[in-house]
Design a protein around this ligand. Structure first.
Ligand SMILES: *[C@@H]1O[C@H](CO)[C@@H](O)[C@H](O)[C@H]1NC(C)=O
Ligand SMILES: *[C@@H]1O[C@H](CO)[C@@H](O)[C@H](O)[C@H]1NC(C)=O
Ligand SMILES: *[C@@H]1O[C@H](CO)[C@@H](O)[C@H](O)[C@H]1NC(C)=O
Ligand SMILES: *[C@@H]1O[C@H](CO)[C@@H](O)[C@H](O)[C@H]1NC(C)=O
Length: 621
């Protein structure tokens, strides 16, 4: 395990010491709002000594360059398809100008504040200052607000200013006027289940889907449903990463038992854990349900693809949004970032809408990683049209899209269920209020809107980026937590599953000397659609409505459909099954767990059907 820690790339030396002239600069109000939104209650002024960890976003040189470069290397029709950018090329686009760096650091220096570069391109600076100093520096009024949903405290201000001379250089500062509810990690409600036994006999390709897959999902079910090979991946340089927030961790003993029971053809599997923001990396620690699902259905499906769990800790006072910034900057700092990244956490977009710059900045960061060749997948959320979790606050009002699924530079994954697949009703989908519809999905979305007619008119933004892009099974995934079988549901199960399919496709591509898939959507919405199983039944109710109906073609419940590995392989390699998709073995793919899970299942314990490994008593070491 590698403890990477918080990204701290370098220190600026700021001993400029000119004690003057701040007072001479006219202040420019950078952001202000009249009140905190619903869900945040003013408690009291923050005490002068409270330390704030503020992140300063500098204006990027050429943020639109990232977008055009991303499409240029991701569109199969482009001559540059697969010619992913280098770290230096991407950084050159998002780096701030030398003038911006000089002006902002000089201003901080005059105030005896030392900034730390917290993104590899230098477009983010971090400062640590007490509230008294932040209030003076920014003409702010930092106060404590109760976050109703989580009963935690957020320190925020309703307005802040910077010198007029900085307004074209300093984009915004976080957290200041941002009132965003934490990424809800609803503890999955799950039920205890037996770990079903899986035959050791290797499954032939195109084997019938076991009938039990209607009740619960195992790796064998996903392999059969989606033609996923069971043979071990073998390409050098292949990789898959799973994000976890707030000290989620998966336990290696649980994984061992899961593999021995549910992948008897390939009974071992491991992962590497790395830390961001002091996240837990001890894989002997008791596993949490989300991380367990995510790891067991990545390692368990993407057989033998080197898999890393990126564990983000909880050291940011602002909860997990700071962790979202830190993990992407951590990955962007790597010379060889993971080729596939799956994340089963998300936010309601509504908290970002008043000041979209934070969402745009994160989205551009995903675009940077995509331009370098990483396929980024996010679970779409589990609240149907009512947001990342089921929520009746929107009854009679506009639907609540989720973030980051509304970002056009990543692939959002919804959920299905059943052997004859239909939409899972919790599958979040809809239309962003921040991001416009990207051209790659124009035709697919326009066709859907035509069919939809006036249904839900006024409750969503028909011009917005539409999601999810694709889907996969998401109901009642069997996992092993602490030696006990549990059935877990949610789009958290779907994103790891789809990510594992992509990792196995990358394996074939790398073995053939080709580039990995990178940003998937331009491929999926063009030639890729025919290699997916179109899901045409079901809907995603919420906000007191029936939500959106699934339809032939793309829909905002199941996207373009679920994967068919064999067809996708033919598409991406231009040939029939490659060496890893042979008929003689069993392979697996990866799966990830969902944020919110509904669980099901029957009875307890692997012990009745399988070998106990005696890891019920995890030591917390
Ligand atoms: C911005 O990046 C694009 C590449 O996507 C490049 O063609 C363009 O010249 C860049 N513009 C500037 C001003 O650097
Ligand atoms: C910065 O520190 C110097 C030396 O300690 C002090 O004289 C000066 O007043 C400080 N300036 C500000 C703005 O705090
Ligand atoms: C909220 O947190 C406070 C202090 O952290 C605690 O005293 C209070 O009981 C909590 N309220 C609820 C409803 O959990
Ligand atoms: C069958 O699988 C074994 C072990 O994975 C491998 O060595 C062998 O080459 C495979 N045979 C074919 C025909 O793919």
């Amino acid at each position: 395990m590698v403890a990477a820690g918080l990204l701290v790339l370098s220190l600026f030396s700021l001993a400029l010491g000119r004690p003057t002239s701040d007072s001479c600069d006219d202040l420019h109000v950078l952001r202000s709002r009249s009140a905190a939104p619903r869900g945040f209650t003013w408690k009291q002024k923050a005490t002068a000594e409270t330390m704030l960890n503020l992140r300063i976003a500098l204006v990027q040189n050429n943020a639109t360059g990232v977008e055009s470069a991303l499409y240029d290397v991701s569109n199969p029709a482009s001559e540059n398809y697969g010619h992913h950018l280098t770290k230096a090329e991407v950084e050159a686009m998002v780096a701030p100008s030398a003038e911006s760096v000089q002006k902002v650091t000089a201003w901080l220096g005059k105030n005896n504040i030392t900034a730390t570069k917290i993104s590899p391109a230098g477009d983010w600076l971090g400062i640590n200052v007490p509230v008294s100093k932040a209030n003076a520096l920014l003409n702010a009024d930092f106060s404590e607000y109760l976050v109703d949903k989580t009963n935690t405290t957020a320190v925020r201000t309703l307005a802040y200013s910077v010198p007029e001379t900085l307004k074209d250089h300093l984009a915004f500062i976080y957290p200041t006027t941002h009132f965003i509810e934490p990424a809800q990690k609803t503890t999955p409600s799950f039920q205890i289940v037996d770990l079903p036994s899986t035959s050791k006999r290797r499954r032939s390709r195109r084997a019938a889907v076991p009938a039990a897959c209607d009740q619960q999902i195992t790796p064998e079910c996903l392999q059969a449903l989606y033609n996923i090979p069971t043979t071990p991946a073998s390409a050098k340089g292949n990789s898959l990463a799973v994000s976890g927030f707030i000290n989620e961790i998966a336990n290696q003993d649980d994984l061992n038992e899961f593999m021995s029971v549910l992948r008897p053809d390939s009974p071992t599997g491991s992962f590497n854990a790395v830390s961001v923001d002091k996240g837990i990396t001890n894989t002997k620690s008791p596993g949490t349900v989300e991380a367990t699902l995510d790891i067991q259905y990545t390692v368990g499906i993407a057989t033998n693809v080197p898999t890393t769990f990126v564990s983000v800790g909880n050291q940011n006072q602002d909860g997990d949004l700071g962790g979202f910034l830190d993990i992407i900057n951590f990955l962007l700092d790597q010379d060889a970032p993971p080729l596939v990244l799956t994340t089963s956490f998300g936010f309601n977009e509504i908290g970002f809408e008043q000041e979209p710059d934070l969402a745009v900045s994160l989205c551009t960061a995903y675009g940077q990683l995509g331009a370098r060749g990483t396929s980024i997948l996010f679970a779409s959320g589990d609240g149907g049209v009512s947001g990342s979790q089921s929520n009746d606050a929107c009854n009679g009002q506009a639907f609540i899209p989720t973030f980051p699924s509304g970002c056009p530079f990543l692939t959002s994954v919804g959920s299905t269920q059943g052997v004859k697949e239909v939409a899972a009703d919790f599958s979040s989908g809809g239309f962003s209020n921040i991001f416009a519809r990207p051209s790659y999905q124009d035709d697919a979305v326009a066709a859907y809107l035509d069919k939809l007619g006036n249904t839900n008119a006024g409750l969503f933004n028909p011009q917005g980026r539409a999601f999810p892009d694709v889907s996969a099974q998401g109901v009642n995934f069997v996992v092993d937590v602490g030696g006990q079988g549990q059935g877990v549901s949610g789009t958290s199960a779907s994103s790891p599953t789809f990510a594992s399919v992509i990792a196995l496709l990358n394996d074939e591509l790398l073995n053939a000397g080709k580039a990995p898939l990178g940003f998937l959507n331009p491929l999926l919405y063009s030639t890729g659609a025919a290699a997916l199983n179109d899901i045409t039944e079901g809907s995603n109710p919420g906000c007191g409505t029936d939500g959106f109906p699934a339809e032939a073609g793309w829909d905002p419940v199941t996207g373009l459909g679920t994967p068919d590995f064999a067809k996708l392989l033919t598409l991406v390699t231009g040939s029939a099954a490659g060496s890893n998709a042979g008929s003689n073995s069993t392979a697996s793919a990866t799966a990830v767990a969902t944020e919110s899970a509904t669980a099901t299942a029957s009875s307890a314990a692997a012990s009745t059907t399988t070998t106990k490994k005696g890891h019920h008593n995890h030591k917390n070491n």
